[in-house]
Design a protein around this ligand. Structure first.
Ligand code: PEP
Ligand code: MN
Length: 332
């Protein structure tokens, strides 16, 4: 249950009620908002004078529900705004991993040349094998910040576990929570305490309800800037790396108010399929895309098979504008 309290009741009274009914207390648009479990359907009449309105839900998808906030949340990353009614489809692009200064600089230059704003690059890689490249860590974060300063780009990087969450919050413009890390409550709770945008990737065996509940952890802790990212599920199929759940995306668009980003690179796992899949993603009318691109994918230290070359990425980008326009959007 979500309860909007009267503006003038003050922090002390709002906290008192929150404690009594065991609810989260956040401030939203200058308003005290209480969130208790969806099991709560009524409020003790003794609080009536403190309350403006309340909302009842049938599951623990509450703050993220369109039935609570009909409009998609607008998210600001530096000067860039997407979500809301902007019609923007934000192209997030860059290599899987930050590997060296000259490598990430070539990516930054590519984005600048193409008038794009948001550079990705992993520094703490959640690899399946402990013997694979694990990322440059803090050194990588510093390189991303250097690119941000040199080229005026926003940067996004992933957090692997809660041990380095504060560094990622400090250095990155958007915090990416990876598919394997999305259940980590240390990460979710830390992300709730910042106002920086958080992009949560859906785990490859995660139901939509569980996925949205991860968003609820961040939202109920006071951070309204949550972005949901579909990046493919594990199915019986092995010819492609994962299976992109576009049905799930249709569900999320209909029932949630968080901006949605689609990641065809990780879903497909092979560069040959990424351009077609990206066009299908744009046609879904989503708020963003995440595409891996590398100056020389063959020698990439992670996800080598799925990264596009610079030329492939440029060719792809040219084809996206008319598709975006057909669904009343523009690629930014
Ligand atoms: C990535 O974005 O490089 C990544 C590891 O993604 P995921 O968490 O979706 O596997
Ligand atoms: Mn990757």
């Amino acid at each position: 249950m979500i309860i909007h309290l009267k503006k003038d009741i003050g922090n002390k009274r709002a906290s008192e009620i929150a404690e009594k009914i065991n609810a989260f207390l956040i401030e939203e648009e200058n308003q005290f908002v209480l969130i208790s479990s969806s099991g709560q359907k009524t409020l003790d009449p003794s609080y009536e004078a403190d309350v403006i309105e309340s909302f009842v839900f049938d599951s623990d998808m509450q703050l993220a529900a369109r039935s609570y906030k009909a409009a998609t949340r607008e998210v600001k990353i530096g000067e860039v705004t997407f979500g809301g009614s902007t019609g923007n489809t934000l192209m997030i692009a860059g290599p899987c991993s930050v590997e060296s200064e000259d490598q990430i600089q070539e990516s930054a230059e590519l984005l600048k040349e193409l008038n794009l704003t948001t550079l990705r690059g992993g520094c703490y890689k959640p690899r399946t094998s402990p013997y694979s490249f694990q990322g440059l860590g803090l050194e990588g974060l510093k390189l991303l910040v250097k690119m941000k300063e040199m080229y005026g780009l926003n940067v996004i990087t992933e957090v692997r576990d809660a041990t380095h969450i504060q560094e990622v919050i400090e250095y990155s413009d958007v915090i990416q929570i990876g598919a394997k890390a999305m259940y980590d409550q240390g990460i979710l709770r830390a992300c709730a305490k910042t106002q920086k945008p958080v992009l949560i990737k859906r785990g490859f065996g995660t139901t939509l309800q569980e996925f949205v509940q991860c968003a609820e952890f961040v939202l109920s802790g006071g951070n309204p800037n949550v972005i949901l990212c579909e990046r493919g599920l594990r199915t019986f199929e092995t010819k492609t790396r994962f299976t992109l759940d576009l049905c799930g995306v249709a569900y999320l668009k209909e029932y949630t108010n968080c901006p949605i980003v689609l990641d065809p690179s990780h879903a497909m796992g092979y560069a040959y399929g990424v351009p077609d899949l990206t066009r299908a993603c744009v046609a879904m009318g989503v708020d963003g895309l995440l595409i891996e691109v590398h100056r020389n994918p063959k020698v990439a230290l992670s996800d080598a098979s799925q990264q596009l070359t610079h030329q492939e990425f440029k060719d792809l980008l040219k084809t996206l504008s008319p598709i975006a326009a057909a669904v009343n959007r523009q690629i930014i």
